[in-house]
Design a protein around this ligand. Structure first.
Ligand code: NAP
Length: 288
C-alpha cells in the first residue's frame, strides 16, 4: 500500500509569525501617528462567502492593532454609488488601505470600481495601474494570495529560478499576477485556463503546479510529475481545494493542505501591506 510522503506546506505557523511581525510594525508606527493604520473593506450585495471573509479580516485586524472599517452596500445599488463610496474612502486621510470584496455582483462594473482605488491604498493590486506595476516588477502592493504563495514557497526554501511552473487559472486577482510574480522570480511559466488543451499533459511537465480554478478536486493525482511541488489556492464549499489532495500526496514532493495552506497567508499579507501603506502615507520608514 502506498504511503503519504509529501511534505505538508503548512501556512498557519508562517501566517502567525507574519501577524506577530505586523503587530510589532503597528507598535513602531504608534509614536508617529496616534490613530491606528486603517483598512476599509467594501462588500457589495448579499454575499455570504464575502461576508464571512470580511469577518475573518475583522478578527485578524483586531489581533494586530489595525482599525477595520467595514462598509456594505446593499442592493439595489449603482455604479455611481459604488464609485462614490470608493472615492470617499480614497480621499479620507484616516483610511490607508481599501479592499473591495469580489465578486462585485452584475450588472455593476467591477473594473470601474477597481480603477477608483488609488494606487497608494490598493493593497490587493486590483487596479490596472497596480497590476501593471506587478507585471513589470515595479514597486507596488502585491495581490495578497499570490504574494502569500511566494512567502510560503520562500519559507520552505523552494528555489523558483529555472522551475517550470504551471498555473491553472488566469483571474486578475490570482492566476494572472501569480504567473507574473513567478516570471519575475525567473521561473518558466505556462498559464492555463478553460480553453487550454491537454491540460493533464501540461501539468505532467510541471515542477511547480499552482491550482486556482475554483473547481473541487479538479487536479488529479495522476496528472502530477513525481516530485512536483503543488500549491492549492482553491477554496470550494466544504473546505475543499482544487487538487485531489489524497491522490496528489502520493506523487508530490510537497503540497499545501486545504484549509491551512494558502488561505491564512492571504489575510496576513493584507494586514502587512495595510500597515506599510499607512507608514508610506505618513512618511514613516518601517523596518523591512
Ligand atoms: P475565477 O475568477 O473564477 O477564475 C477561475 C479561473 O480558472 C479562470 O481563469 C478559468 O478560466 C479557469 N478555469 C475554470 N475552469 C477551468 C478548467 N476546466 N480548466 C482550466 N481552467 C479553468 O476564480 P479566482 O477568483 O481566481 O479563484 C480561484 C480559486 O481560488 C477559487 O477556489 C477561490 O475560492 C480560490 N481563492 C482562494 C483565495 C485564498 O485566499 N486562498 C483567494 C482568492 C481565491 P477562464 O479564464 O478561461 O474562464
Amino acid at each position: 500500500m502506498s504511503t503519504l510522503s509529501a511534505t505538508l506546506l503548512d501556512g498557519r505557523p508562517l501566517a502567525a509569525r507574519l501577524r506577530a511581525d505586523v503587530a510589532a510594525l503597528v507598535q513602531s508606527l504608534a509614536p508617529h501617528q496616534p490613530a491606528p493604520p486603517t483598512l476599509a473593506t467594501l462588500l457589495v450585495g448579499e454575499n455570504s462567502g464575502g461576508a464571512a471573509y470580511v469577518g475573518q479580516i475583522a478578527r485578524r485586524c483586531a489581533e494586530v492593532g489595525v482599525r477595520h472599517l467595514a462598509r456594505h452596500l446593499v442592493p439595489p445599488t449603482t455604479d455611481h454609488a459604488l464609485c462614490a463610496e470608493i472615492q470617499q474612502l480614497a480621499h479620507d486621510p484616516s483610511v490607508h488601505a481599501i479592499l473591495l470584496q469580489h465578486p462585485v455582483p452584475a450588472p455593476l462594473d467591477r473594473r470601474a470600481a477597481f480603477e477608483a482605488i488609488p494606487l497608494a491604498k490598493d493593497v490587493d493590486a486590483v487596479s490596472s495601474a497596480a497590476l501593471g506595476r506587478v507585471i513589470l516588477g515595479l514597486p507596488a502592493w502585491l495581490p495578497n494570495t499570490p504574494a502569500g504563495i511566494l512567502r510560503l514557497l520562500d519559507a520552505y526554501g523552494i528555489t523558483l529560478e529555472g522551475l517550470h511552473a504551471v498555473v491553472l487559472g488566469r483571474s486578475p486577482i490570482l492566476g494572472r499576477p501569480m504567473a507574473s510574480l513567478l516570471i519575475n522570480r525567473h521561473a518558466t511559466v505556462t498559464l492555463c485556463h478553460s480553453h487550454t488543451r491537454n491540460l493533464d499533459e501540461l501539468v505532467r511537465a510541471a515542477d511547480l503546479v499552482i491550482a486556482a480554478v475554483g473547481r473541487p478536486r479538479f487536479v488529479q493525482g495522476s496528472w502530477l510529475k513525481p516530485g512536483a511541488i503543488v500549491i492549492d489556492a482553491g477554496y470550494n464549499p466544504g473546505h475543499v481545494g482544487d487538487v485531489d489532495f489524497q491522490a496528489a500526496c502520493l506523487r508530490a514532493a510537497a503540497i499545501t493542505p486545504v484549509p491551512g495552506g494558502v488561505g491564512p497567508l492571504t489575510i496576513a499579507v493584507l494586514l502587512e501591506q495595510t500597515v506599510r501603506a499607512a507608514a508610506q502615507q505618513l512618511g514613516v520608514t518601517l523596518p523591512c
